[in-house]
Design a protein around this ligand. Structure first.
Ligand SMILES: NC(=O)c1ccc[n+]([C@@H]2O[C@H](COP(=O)([O-])OP(=O)(O)OC[C@H]3O[C@@H](n4cnc5c(N)ncnc54)[C@H](O)[C@@H]3O)[C@@H](O)[C@H]2O)c1
Length: 321
């Protein structure tokens, strides 16, 4: 399969992630079919697409005409055969279970050409295991998006033990061609790259809160108005490169190492979050919400709306929209 051959895609499983992939592909002018188990599930996907498009329109990303073109252009079906028979690329976003994904793999293979690429949105299952019983395991890859995929550019690509290099290369080029930012894991790693980084940060948030150093609200504020602002522009290594001045990142690491080493020894290395922490985190979030003005979100719905509005502004600054 060559990237220029990919014209039609199918989204198999159209929940929180699948509908958003379908919307993104459609925004990128690909022909999209969406499959789920029932008309009710498809209606929910349609509703989510409609609401997300309204939000994109409100923020100047699509016009009213483009919105109806996208809504009318997507083909919804409860027939797996109709959804996948003539597509070159499938995004599978079914439930996070080997049993279900293996069953879906078998069904998708039944109705597709042997070189149709099948990319799973799995958050952490192994591609080798998902494709264990596949006739053509070389065309299966993992393509882990960040929620919501129609706004967050990152896709983490993983290979199974039988995935071919050609498929990986084509998938990477495909995502690049539609303005995604794919990163390729050189070997399998639980949680991939970003969930590990996120959890390393959040483990330390938990540690600071449990030790009484700061509140949930202040830890969030510290990240939002400190490193978070820089991380929205460049990664932590480039940030440190600039922090090192003429000494660069290596100078910074060497210079600060005696001090960093003291902090590292004092930081958390636990492997399970304390049992009482989820409730502490929830109460901290409730407190933080009370202090936020409505326009930057002070309940889940307004917070999500604010997040999407800010994401759109950032993506425009990154020339990604
Ligand atoms: N939610 C997230 O934040 C997130 C982020 C990244 C990746 N993921 C991954 O994306 C995948 C989907 O997660 P989600 O949050 O969209 O779940 P979801 O429950 O919202 O959606 C799953 C959809 O799959 C459908 N489904 C169930 N069995 C099916 C079958 N046999 N064939 C086709 N469709 C079937 C369901 O009806 C449902 O619509 C998972 O692998 C998950 O790990 C989720």
């Amino acid at each position: 399969m060559k990237v220029e051959d990919i014209k039609k895609v199918a989204c198999v499983g159209a929940g929180v992630i699948g509908y958003s992939w379908a919307l993104y592909y459609s925004l990128k002018k690909l022909s999209v079919s969406v499959y789920d188990l029932s008309d009710e599930k498809l209606d929910l996907a349609k509703k989510r697409i409609h609401e997300s498009l309204l939000n994109l329109m409100k923020n100047g990303v699509v016009s009213e005409d483009e919105m109806s073109e996208i809504e009318n252009g997507i083909n919804y079906t409860t027939s797996m055969e109709d959804a996948v028979k003539d597509v070159q690329f499938i995004t599978e976003s079914g439930p996070e279970s080997y049993e279900i994904k293996q069953k879906m793999a078998e069904e998708m293979e039944r109705y597709t050409a042997s070189n149709t690429i099948i990319a799973s949105s799995t958050s952490g299952l192994l591609v080798s295991e998902i494709a264990k019983n596949a006739k053509n395991p070389e065309r299966f890859i993992g393509a882990h998006p960040y929620n919501p995929p129609h706004l967050i550019p990152l896709v983490e690509l993983t290979k199974g033990d039988k995935t071919s290099e050609e498929v990986l290369k084509c998938a990477k080029e495909f995502y690049q061609s539609i303005d995604k930012e794919p990163v390729v894991l050189q070997k399998e790693a639980l949680g991939f790259i970003c969930n590990r980084i996120q959890m390393a940060v959040y483990r330390e948030v938990c540690n600071l809160v449990m030790k009484g150093v700061c509140s949930i609200e202040d830890a969030d504020k510290a990240v939002t108005y400190g490193p978070g602002l820089r991380w929205a522009i460049m990664g932590p290594s480039l940030v440190f490169e600039l922090g090192g001045g003429e000494g660069h990142i290596d100078g910074l690491m060497k210079h600060l190492n005696p001090s960093i080493s003291l902090w590292l020894h004092d930081m958390a290395d636990f492997k399970d979050f304390p049992e009482e922490f989820p409730e502490i985190a929830r109460n901290g979030v409730i407190e933080a919400m009370k202090n936020r003005p409505r326009e930057i979100g002070n309940d889940d719905a307004s917070l999500a709306e604010y997040r999407d509005k800010m994401l759109i502004s950032l993506l425009k600054l990154h020339n990604k929209l």
